[in-house]
Design a protein around this ligand. Structure first.
Ligand code: NAD
Length: 260
C-alpha cells in the first residue's frame, strides 16, 4: 500500500500510537514518530522499526501542546518525505479529578494536547492532501468521545470535540479524496491507563484491583482489553481503497462498551 506514502503519528513513542506506527510502517509507509521518552529508547524504537520494515522512519520530539512545535514537525516531515498523506493525531493525556477540584492548568493543557493539536496538525497538512486528491486523517478519539464517565470532564469534553471535528473535516475533504474518521478505543492496557488506576482508586475509594475489574473492564462487555495491534490494523484498513467511502465515522473498538 506504500507507494512512497508518508504518515505522521503523534504520541507514537508508546502505547496505541506506537502500535499504529508499526502497522503503517509494516504496510510500506514512511513514518514520522513523535512523543516523549528516553532518547536512547526512542532511537532504538526508530532504528528497529526502520530495519524491520525497510521504510524511512523519522522522529520528532515536538510538544503537541505548542502550535509552533507542531508546525516545525510538519516542516521536518515534509522535508524528509516530500509529502504527508496520512496523519494520526493520537497524542493524549488523562487527568482524573472531580470537577470542583479540577486543576485549571491541567484542564487547559489537556485541551491543548488532546483537542487543539488535532486541529493544528490537520490545518497544516490538509491543502497538500486535497491537491494530491488523497489523504487520510485518522483521529484516535475514545469511547469517551461517545459516552462519559465521572471525574474525566476535560478528557470527555476533548474527545467529544475530536469526534465532532472529525465530521466537519470529513465534509471538507469529501470531494477531494480525503477521508477523516475517529477510532474510538475502549480500554487498552497502555501506560496511559496504568497511570490513571491509582487516581481512580483514590477518587472512588477502591483498591487498584477493584478499579481494573469493577471500573475499567466493567464497562467492556467482552471483559477484555482492546490491543494496540487491533487499533493498528484498523488504521491500515482505513488507508486502503476498501475504506474509501468510510468518512466522518466514529468507529468503536471497545468490546461492546458503547452498545450499552
Ligand atoms: P500512552 O500514555 O501510552 O502514550 C501517549 C503518547 O503521547 C506517548 O508517546 C507520549 O510521549 C505522547 N505524548 C504525551 N504528551 C505529549 C505531548 N505534549 N506532545 C507529544 N507527545 C505527547 O497513551 P495511550 O493509551 O497509547 O493513548 C494514546 C491515545 O489513545 C490518547 O489520545 C488516548 O486518549 C487514546 N485512548 C487510549 C485508550 C486506552 O485505553 N489506552 C482508550 C481510548 C483512547
Amino acid at each position: 500500500m506504500g507507494d512512497d506514502k508518508a504518515a505522521i503519528i503523534t504520541g507514537s513513542t508508546s502505547g496505541i500510537g506506537l502500535g499504529v506506527a508499526k502497522a503503517l510502517a509494516g504496510s510500506g509507509m514512511n513514518v514520522m514518530l513523535n512523543g516523549f521518552g528516553d532518547a536512547d529508547e526512542i532511537e532504538s524504537i526508530r532504528s528497529g522499526l526502520a530495519s524491520e520494515t525497510g521504510v524511512d522512519v523519522r522522529y520528532s520530539g515536538a510538544d503537541m501542546s505548542r502550535p509552533e512545535a507542531i508546525e516545525a514537525m510538519v516542516d521536518e516531515a515534509r522535508a524528509a518525505f516530500g509529502r504527508i498523506d496520512v496523519i494520526v493525531p493520537n497524542a493524549g493525556i488523562q487527568v482524573v479529578s472531580p470537577v470542583e477540584d479540577f486543576p485549571l492548568d491541567r484542564f487547559e493543557l489537556l485541551m491543548r494536547i488532546n483537542l487543539f493539536s488535532v486541529f493544528h496538525l490537520t490545518r497544516l497538512v490538509f491543502a497538500g492532501m486535497k491537491e494530491r486528491k488523497w489523504g487520510r486523517v485518522i483521529n484516535i478519539a475514545s469511547a469517551h468521545g461517545l459516552v462519559a464517565s465521572p471525574y474525566k470532564s476535560a478528557y470527555v469534553a476533548a474527545k467529544h470535540g475530536v469526534v465532532g471535528f472529525t465530521k466537519s473535516i470529513a465534509l471538507e475533504g469529501a470531494e477531494h479524496g480525503v477521508t477523516c474518521n475517529s477510532i474510538c478505543p475502549g480500554y487498552v492496557l497502555t501506560p496511559l491507563v496504568e497511570k490513571q488506576i491509582p487516581d481512580t482508586a483514590k477518587a472512588r475509594g477502591m483498591t487498584e484491583e477493584q478499579v481494573k475489574r469493577d471500573v475499567l473492564l466493567a464497562a467492556q462487555p467482552t471483559k477484555e482489553f482492546a490491543t494496540v495491534q487491533q487499533i493498528g490494523a484498523l488504521a491500515v484498513f482505513l488507508c486502503s481503497d476498501a475504506a474509501k467511502q468510510i468518512t466522518g465515522a466514529a468507529l468503536p473498538v471497545d468490546g461492546g462498551w458503547t452498545a450499552q
